[in-house]
Design a protein around this ligand. Structure first.
Ligand SMILES: Nc1ncnc2c1ncn2[C@@H]1O[C@H](COP(=O)(O)OP(=O)(O)OP(=O)(O)O)[C@@H](O)[C@H]1O
Ligand SMILES: [Mg+2]
Length: 283
């Protein structure tokens, strides 16, 4: 028996890119990025100097495919600078950054890095306030270069399904026709995460996603990120330790301090590390 081509593609897209590198929700191994060694991101010996001050100092870190990695550490540890290096906003003074085995991110500009499949969420939500929730997701999907449609083309049923799935995931189904500008701060953050997901990033970087959220919104964000684990590779920077505990689960947490990795391991492991308590958790 042969599978119908669409069914075959859908089955394949659960774990890797479709044959043409086309849309497929939950794709973690795109055509183009070689993750055959199991990692989506490799930072090696990264140094960033600002007028002689080393914001990153021989930082080395790998992220596995489908992993949700939490990064914690005191103010000024270099967490945001690390994301700036990954996304091409800041060039490292030394070291290498690879996306999979084959894509040297230090040779690409910010737009090329986004196109290669790295999405980044900044702290402040950036949504199209004068458009509805639905339109925000639709626009984000159509800006994805991998999707063959124009801004004016009607959505295929597959595309409509992707929007409804994303709405459910980001808990905004009841708000589908609301203007984004009328959403709460937390809902805007979820919408932006949804917009990033519509672009099918292989790696998603979130810098302090729950800052300014209510407790209830924070908890729902944790549930949301837990649902993405395994389908996407994620790096999440946060200071809210209850939240980090909720999303880290049994996974790895990396502690940055003075531009390098101070400790790495499960949340329980790093919480018990006296050096981590001294520079961060015990403050
Ligand atoms: N463009 C820049 N020029 C000079 N110094 C900078 C620049 N960007 C960051 N720094 C410095 O680099 C260090 C690391 O900053 P970074 O923003 O990466 O820290 P962080 O870990 O994200 O901190 P926080 O938890 O407060 O967000 C800080 O001392 C900061 O002042
Ligand atoms: Mg920061």
């Amino acid at each position: 028996m042969t599978l119908h081509p669409a069914a075959e593609r859908d089955a394949q897209s659960l774990t890797e890119g479709g044959p043409s590198g086309e849309a497929g929700y939950g794709r973690v191994r795109p055509a183009g990025v070689d993750t055959s060694h199991g990692a989506i991101l490799y930072l090696e010996d990264i140094t960033v100097s600002f007028d002689g001050f080393k914001a990153l100092n021989n930082l080395s870190l790998d992220i596995g495919v489908g992993e949700l990695r939490c990064v914690i550490g005191p103010n000024g540890a270099g967490k945001t600078t690390m994301m700036d290096v990954i996304t091409g906003k800041t060039r490292p003074t030394g070291g290498t950054v690879f996306f999979g085995q084959n894509i040297d991110l230090t040779t690409l500009n910010e737009a090329q890095i986004a196109d290669a499949g790295i999405g980044r969420k900044f702290q402040r939500p950036t949504v199209f306030e004068n458009h509805t929730v639905f339109e925000n997701l639709e626009l984000a999907m159509k800006m994805n270069k991998g999707v063959r449609s124009t801004l004016f083309a009607r959505l295929s049923s597959e595309q409509q399904d992707r929007i409804s799935d994303t709405l459910a995931l980001i808990r905004l189904t009841p708000e589908i026709w609301r203007l984004a500008g009328l959403l709460s701060h937390g809902q805007k953050q979820w919408l932006e995460i949804g917009m990033l997901l519509m672009q099918e990033p292989q790696l998603l970087l979130l810098d302090e996603p729950v800052a300014g959220m209510t407790d209830a919104e924070t908890e729902r964000t944790g549930e949301l990120l837990n649902e993405l684990r395994g389908k996407h590779s994620l790096m999440v920077v946060e200071h809210d330790m209850d939240f980090v505990t909720q999303i880290a689960g049994p996974g790895k947490v990396t502690v940055l301090h003075e531009g390098s990795v101070l400790a790495e391991g499960t949340m329980a492991h790093v919480q018990a590390d006296p050096r981590v308590i001294e520079v961060y958790l015990g403050r």
